[in-house]
Design a protein around this ligand. Structure first.
Ligand code: DX5
Ligand code: ZN
Length: 229
């Protein structure tokens, strides 16, 4: 069921890497809507995280949506592995290769929801021909590769333009990078509905003290909702 209500998607990039299963259970119990999984290959982005085996291992610990953000190139040879690992949504970057249209066809062909991600230096016009074949557009508000970076405010008009381009299509606008209770209203106001947040969700908490996760998620959600007319 498609809806534009605000969804908070904690990025496990900011979780305790020795405790991923418990961290996924903790953030869901504390109100996370989706779990955002950042896959990095040390090639498309200058950092390395985890692959399909980790996603498969996490799957039983996630009751809701497993949102897999692939920051890898090439991407096509790995799609089947992430689909088999149990991803609900698989997003690929337009910058990761010359054939994003084929990539998105392949993701849907594997029976998964398809997302297309764009870097801060990429115009939204790059996704104009793809809007009828995606479930989500992910606008990066930091350069991908690392958590804890500052929100790039110049991306906000771009998000507004994307919202116009999407029109009535059932396509989510996901924002990834530097989302906090301070920046969330800037993007929800112009039409974003899925807010990825790593540092701002996990700060101050742990699997033994998960209440901080809940407070952080509620603060981001309340800030985002307050900006929607
Ligand atoms: C960046 C990742 C993000 C990001 C979010 O490459 O895709 O999901 O780490 O982390 P914060 O919220 O800390 O910016
Ligand atoms: Zn991400």
């Amino acid at each position: 069921m498609f809806d534009r209500s605000i969804k908070i998607a904690p990025s496990i990039l900011a979780a305790d890497f020795a405790n991923f299963g418990a961290e996924c259970r903790a953030i869901e119990a504390q109100g996370a809507d989706w779990v955002h999984v950042d896959v990095m290959d040390n090639h498309f982005v200058p950092n390395l995280t985890f692959g399909p085996a980790m996603c498969a291992a996490l799957r039983p610990h996630i009751k809701g949506v497993m949102d897999v953000h692939l920051m890898i190139a090439p991407v096509d040879p790995s799609l089947e592995a992430y689909a088999k690992a149990g991803a609900d949504i698989i997003s690929a970057h337009v910058e990761a290769g010359p054939h994003i249209h084929r990539t998105l066809q392949a993701i849907r062909g594997l029976g998964k929801k398809a997302g297309v991600a764009i870097n801060p230096g990429t115009s939204v016009e790059a996704v104009a021909e793809l809007l009828d074949m995606v479930d989500l557009v992910c606008v990066m508000t930091v350069n991908p590769g690392f958590g804890g970076q500052s929100f790039i405010e110049s991306q906000v008009p771009k998000i507004a333009r994307l919202r116009q381009m999407i029109g009535d299509r059932p396509v989510h606008i996901e924002i990834d990078g530097g989302i906090t209770a301070q920046t969330a209203p800037l993007v929800s106001r112009v039409g974003a509905d899925v807010l990825v947040a790593g540092s701002a969700v996990f700060k101050g908490g742990s699997v033994d003290h998960p209440a901080a996760y809940g407070a952080n998620i509620r603060a981001i959600r309340a800030a985002a909702e307050s900006a929607i007319a």
